[in-house]
Design a protein around this ligand. Structure first.
Ligand code: CO
Length: 456
């Protein structure tokens, strides 16, 4: 049995390279060919794809999924699910999580990859339970980061809990692309020894390490790797699917992908790449290697955000100070992995600490909430002195943050019964509020016009 491959070009590929702007016709363009490649799964849906459909593309994300399912008959469709945040940016009540899982599976998703930025397992429970209840395949992803607490033992311990929670597989999600080849070998070997779950590795080429890291992970027995078709691979995206297939041909790890179908799909997707290069959304900068992300241990997106924030304040020359402040803030916060939303929170705090001239003189609302425990448990204890300075003697919650949330779905359904044509519409509104309402209103008006025309 060779290594299995998950194709990411229709989700992470365009999310990493050009702000998730691929339209539904572009997503469907080569799907028939991709469906015949022999992938383990095709990743097609996630927070940014859903958001981008409603916000920028004037498209119904649910409709994209249904159309993809019609074409994709042999290969499982996969989505990325941000635990209790679902695809949004706050914690939602359990009934919304359950309804979203139910509808995702009903509309065409087969595998749900569930993760939490802090690796707080309690934030995964509702989504995992719902996935099992509605017959979906449940993968739990652990956010990968480096810190004194993020040891191999830490991940092995979490993997055991993931297994007992009932997950069907485990993914190591290295969103920043900082996993080194030798560390991957050690980590995957330990995970294989300590759990029966199939192990998948997800990383990014940003730092120029990813192909080497994948190869060492494969030698350590990783079961599945995430790759992107050539036109959407490399740079801040995943390693190239075709190249990995060639690299492993004739070895015990041979993925046995259909080369003709890969070529056919790639030549179609070249036109998509060319379009976004021409219109500037795909900036050639993101296609080159940025070894600084390994030096500073920050994701590529976060590095460019920091530079932009400093530019806006006319303080570009203080980048080095900010980059030295980031690990200190991260330590104060108990070493959260730098993934959405923590990457933005830690980055903004580091900028404020440097610019204001006094650490934690100005504190964003999100950091304040985090210190109250409202995002979940930090990987290591936070700096109590800093916490006291910021929130005083306020109580800190130690239970699952969503336990405070009352059921929301029935109320929303009632509130929007004039607009929402389906439970799917209600869910879009639950997650993206005004952005979804605006889209649904426009769509309903267009539908009304079409109906009148047909009747006439
Ligand atoms: Co990714």
């Amino acid at each position: 049995m060779g290594v299995k491959v998950v194709e990411t070009c229709l989700r992470d590929g365009h999310q990493s390279l050009f702000a998730t702007r691929m339209t539904t016709p572009e997503v469907l363009l080569a799907l028939e060919e991709l469906d015949k490649v022999g992938y383990h799964a095709i990743e097609i849906w996630g927070g940014a794809t859903f958001d981008s459909c409603l916000r920028f593309l004037h498209e119904d994300p649910w409709e994209r999924l249904r159309q993809a399912k019609k074409i994709c008959k042999n290969t499982k469709l996969q989505m990325l699910f941000r635990g209790q945040n679902i695809l949004g940016y706050r914690h939602y009540a359990d009934d919304v999580v359950e309804k979203f899982v139910e509808k995702s599976l009903k509309n065409g998703i087969d595998i749900i990859r569930i993760f939490d930025a802090l690796n707080d397992i309690r934030n995964l429970e509702a989504a995992v339970k719902a996935t099992k209840k509605y017959g979906g395949e449940c993968q739990i992803a652990l956010s990968y980061t480096t810190s004194p607490v993020h040891t191999v033992e830490y991940y092995v311990e979490l993997a055991k809990r993931v297994e007992s929670l009932g997950a069907d597989s485990l993914c190591i999600k290295d969103m920043a692309g900082v996993l080194l080849p030798k560390d991957a070998y050690e980590l995957i070997s330990a995970l294989k020894k300590n759990t029966k779950l199939p192990i998948e590795l997800h990383s990014h080429c940003t730092g120029g390490l990813c192909e080497m890291t994948y190869l060492k992970a494969i030698e350590a027995g990783v079961d599945i790797v995430d790759c992107a078709l050539s036109p959407l691979s490399g740079g801040t995206s995943q390693p190239c699917t075709e190249s990995l297939n060639f690299a492993l041909q004739g070895t015990e790890y041979d993925p046995h992908l259909n080369v003709d179908m890969l070529n056919a799909a790639a030549s179609k997707m070249q036109s998509v790449r060319a379009k976004y290069l021409a219109n500037g959304l795909l900036n050639p900068k993101v296609l080159s290697v940025n070894a600084n992300i390994i030096k500073y241990q920050v994701p590529g997106g976060m590095l460019s955000n920091l530079i932009n924030q400093l530019k806006a304040q006319g303080a570009e020359q203080r980048l080095d100070e900010v980059l030295s402040e980031v690990p200190l803030v991260r330590k104060d916060m108990g070493y959260p992995p730098l993934v959405t939303p923590l990457s933005q929170m830690v980055g903004t705090q580091a900028v404020l600490n440097v610019i204001s001239g006094e650490r934690y003189k100005i504190v964003p609302k999100e950091i304040n909430e985090y210190l109250h425990g409202r995002y979940g448990a930090s990987p290591a204890p936070v700096n109590e002195e800093i916490r006291k300075k910021i929130i005083g003697d306020d109580p800190v919650i130690t239970y699952r943050p969503a336990d405070d949330l009352k059921p929301e779905f029935a109320e929303l359904k009632k509130q929007y019964k004039g607009i929402a044509k389906s439970d799917e519409d209600v869910l879009s509104i639950a997650l993206f509020g005004d952005v979804a309402i605006k889209y649904i209103n426009e769509r309903n008006e267009e539908d009304a016009v079409t109906t009148i025309r047909v009747e006439a």
